[in-house]
Design a protein. Structure first.
Length: 279
C-alpha cells in the first residue's frame, strides 16, 4: 500500500504542478501561490470530518513548522530560477528535496531492503534526468546553485517535519502547514507590493492546482504513516515525470531523450521498491 500511495502522490503532485505552470502564464506568481494554497486549505478543512484525527498542539506545531519550511523552499526556488539556469536549478532542488528525507530516515534507524535501496539510488538518478530542461544561454552563478540547494532543503524539510507529527493526528498537521504557508507567502506578497488578483480566465486553473496539491499532501501523509520516510520521499520526488508527460500530451511539448530515459528509470525504480516491499 505504501508504494501505491506514494506513487499516486507523485502523479497528483506532478499534475498540480502542471496546472500551476499553466496558471503562472496568466497570473502573477504570488497570486497563483496564495490563491491555490487557500483552495488547498479549504479542501483539507472539508476532509477533516472524513479522515478524523486527534487534534493536539504537537500535531499543529509540526504542521506549522512544515508549512514555513515549504514556503521558504518555494520562495528560494523562484529566486534561484530568476538568477540561474533551469537545467541546473531544477535538478539541484529536486535531488536535495529527495536526498534529505532519505538521509534523515536512515540516520533515525530506517533500514530499507537491498533492492529498495537500489531503487532509491535509481530514483534519485531519474530525478536528475527528468528535471533536465533545455540548455540555457548562460551559466548559473554559485549563489543561484546554493539558493537552489537551500530551496531543496526547504522542500525536504517539509517532508521530514510532517513525518514528525503523531500518526493519530490525522490531517491536522496539514491544516497547520497550510495556515503557516498561506500567511507567510501572503505577507511576502504584501511586503513586495504584489497584487493577488488572478489573471483573466485563470481562477479555475489556480483552484485546480491548489486542490490537487493538497490531495497530494494527503496521500503523502497517508503513505508516510504506512511506510518508511526514506522510501516514500523518494517515490514522491518522481513527480516531475507526470508533469512532463502532461505537457507532452496537452501542450505538445517534446520530451528530450535524457528526459525519456529519466521516466524509464523512474518506472524501474518504482518497480524495484515495490518488489523489495514484498520480499
Amino acid at each position: 500500500m505504501t508504494v501505491i500511495l506514494a506513487t499516486a502522490c507523485a502523479i497528483v503532485y506532478g499534475t498540480a504542478d502542471f496546472f500551476g505552470g499553466l496558471a503562472t502564464r496568466r497570473s502573477q506568481v504570488f497570486s497563483v501561490v496564495v490563491l491555490s494554497q487557500i483552495a488547498g486549505l479549504a479542501l483539507v478543512l472539508g476532509l477533516l470530518p472524513l479522515l478524523p484525527g486527534v487534534y493536539g498542539a504537537e500535531a499543529l506545531s509540526w504542521g506549522l513548522a512544515a508549512g514555513l519550511s515549504g514556503a521558504a523552499g518555494l520562495v528560494l526556488f523562484y529566486r534561484s530560477l530568476a538568477t540561474g539556469v533551469m537545467s541546473v536549478v531544477a535538478p539541484a532542488t529536486a535531488v536535495t528535496s529527495a536526498a534529505l528525507p532519505v538521509a534523515f530516515g536512515l540516520a533515525t534507524g530506517e533500514r530499507p531492503r537491498f533492492w529498495a535501496l537500489v531503487g532509491v539510488a535509481l530514483a534519485l538518478g531519474s530525478v536528475l534526468l527528468i528535471s533536465q530542461d533545455k540548455p540555457g544561454g548562460g551559466r548559473s552563478s554559485l549563489s543561484s546553485v546554493l539558493t537552489a540547494l537551500a530551496a531543496g532543503a526547504g522542500f525536504g524539510g517539509f517532508y521530514i517535519l510532517l513525518a514528525m507529527a503523531p500518526d493519530e493526528a490525522g490531517l491536522w498537521p496539514l491544516v497547520g502547514a497550510r495556515l503557516s504557508s498561506v500567511s507567510a507567502v501572503a505577507l511576502l506578497a504584501l511586503l513586495a507590493r504584489r497584487a493577488l488578483r488572478p489573471g483573466p480566465a485563470s481562477l479555475h486553473i489556480i483552484v485546480a492546482a491548489g486542490v490537487l496539491d493538497m490531495a497530494a499532501n494527503v496521500l503523502y501523509l497517508l503513505a508516510q504513516q504506512d511506510g518508511l520516510l526514506s522510501l516514500v520521499a523518494v517515490l514522491v520526488s518522481l513527480y516531475p515525470a507526470s508533469t512532463l508527460l502532461l505537457a507532452n500530451r496537452v501542450l505538445g511539448e517534446r520530451l528530450r531523450g535524457v528526459q525519456v530515459a529519466g521516466v524509464a528509470c523512474a518506472l524501474v525504480a518504482v518497480a524495484l521498491i515495490a518488489v523489495a516491499q514484498h520480499l
